[in-house]
Ligand binder design. Structure first.
Ligand code: PMP
Length: 364
């Protein structure tokens, strides 16, 4: 095309496929059950919905630019320092701004083979080189990451728990990773699913002990506020100051700020969601295992169901779709024989198990 020799995006951007995961309807199918985006089946706290309604009273006003009220709530609930919290438009925004601020052409960003699909995109978008290292049976491998770092590595991204595998590594392993990194490398601990793990610190202690660790968290998962787009990061003061320089001054809407603040304060609702998720996740994993569809022990709000091969995974997905159930194909994550299934409520989990049983019966 006529721009071929003229205006060009950063190298690699045109190789990125457009995001495919957003589908929430199926043509000609009613009663669709969407289990493809790891959303909370219980939805947000009532207090969060009421806060959004109240925010509509002042919509002619720009929102807070320093997010002080939300940061104070997060600081209180998670016992962290409000001055070192950064708020972004979903945690994806926090991760992308970290890449933009700390990496560019000639630099490398390291993540693992089944790491979150946006990591290579953040790398390409800032002109850096994405570097993929192996995992150990779908578990993040600290030694492989350390071996994959060079003097050009500016960032390492790991999600813990990880998406789409659902597996996690312990705090001692994460600490060993932080200690072993080159001096110029920032470790980013993506804690999108951290709240689903009972009592998990997700990086707070490491952030407070070290200069080279940042953690990110989201309101899209356990808080049930994916539609509001709020995430946060916790890191060294110097890193937070850098992120604040490059973000939009009014990046979070008034409704989003109000919803997130109410949601984080409603710890009773959060706890209820964690307990329900763990109960139905384990039920679903057992039910599918009994049908011959195993999964790794998940610590998040989804399971990675493993089939004999890609053909069986796709055939099962086709059957689920015909039954109105949308799950996630993960061939793009290097897992073509797997399907990622969000843990829904009781009736959703029973519907999935029933449909997989029908599928297995039909192919027998
Ligand atoms: N990290 C991981 C591991 C995720 O799974 C997701 C959502 N799929 C995100 C980050 C980004 O989510 P959000 O921008 O909604 O916070």
């Amino acid at each position: 095309d006529f721009m071929a020799d003229g205006i060009q995006p950063q190298p690699g951007i045109l190789d990125i496929a457009l995001y495919q995961g957003g589908a929430s309807h199926l043509d000609g199918v009613s009663n669709v059950l969407k289990l493809s985006s790891n959303e909370n089946p219980l939805g947000p706290s009532d207090a969060a919905k009421e806060a959004v309604m109240r925010a509509t009273h002042d919509l002619h006003r720009y929102p807070s630019t320093d997010h002080a009220s939300l940061r104070a709530a997060i600081a209180q609930v998670w016992d962290v320092d409000a001055a070192r919290i950064f708020c972004g438009v979903g945690s994806g925004d926090v991760l992308k701004l970290l890449a933009e601020a700390y990496a560019g052409p000639g630099d490398e960003i390291v993540f693992t083979e089944h790491g979150f699909s946006m990591y290579p995109i953040y790398a390409h978008a800032c002109g850096a080189t994405p570097v993929t290292v192996p995992e150990n049976d779908r578990v993040v491998d600290v030694d492989a990451i350390l071996a994959g770092c060079t003097d050009k590595t500016k960032l390492v991204f790991i999600a813990n728990p990880a998406n789409p595998t659902g597996t996690m590594i312990g705090n001692a392993e994460v600490a060993r990773l932080a200690e072993g990194l080159p001096a110029q490398t920032l470790l980013v601990l993506d804690g999108a699913y951290a709240e689903f793990v009972d009592g998990f610190d997700a990086g707070k202690a490491l952030v407070e002990a070290r200069e080279n660790v940042v953690m990110s968290r989201t309101f899209s998962k356990i808080y049930g506020l994916g539609g509001m787009r709020v995430g946060w990061g916790y890191g060294p003061q110097a890193v937070i100051d850098v992120l604040n320089r490059i973000r939009g001054p009014f990046n979070l809407s008034a409704a989003a700020l109000a919803a997130a603040e109410a949601a984080v304060r409603d710890t009773e609702h959060t706890e209820k969601c964690r307990i329900e998720n763990a109960k139905w996740r384990d039920w679903l994993a057992n039910a599918l295992a009994e049908l011959g569809v195993p999964s790794d022990t998940s610590t998040a709000n989804f399971i990675l169901a493993r089939f004999a091969d890609e053909a069986e995974a796709n055939a099962c997905d086709d059957h689920l779709r015909s039954e109105g159930i949308i799950v996630r194909r993960v061939a793009g994550y290097g897992l073509p024989h797997c399907l990622r299934i969000t843990v829904g409520d009781e009736s959703a989990c029973r519907r999935v198990a029933h449909a997989v049983a029908q599928f297995k019966e039909a192919v027998k």
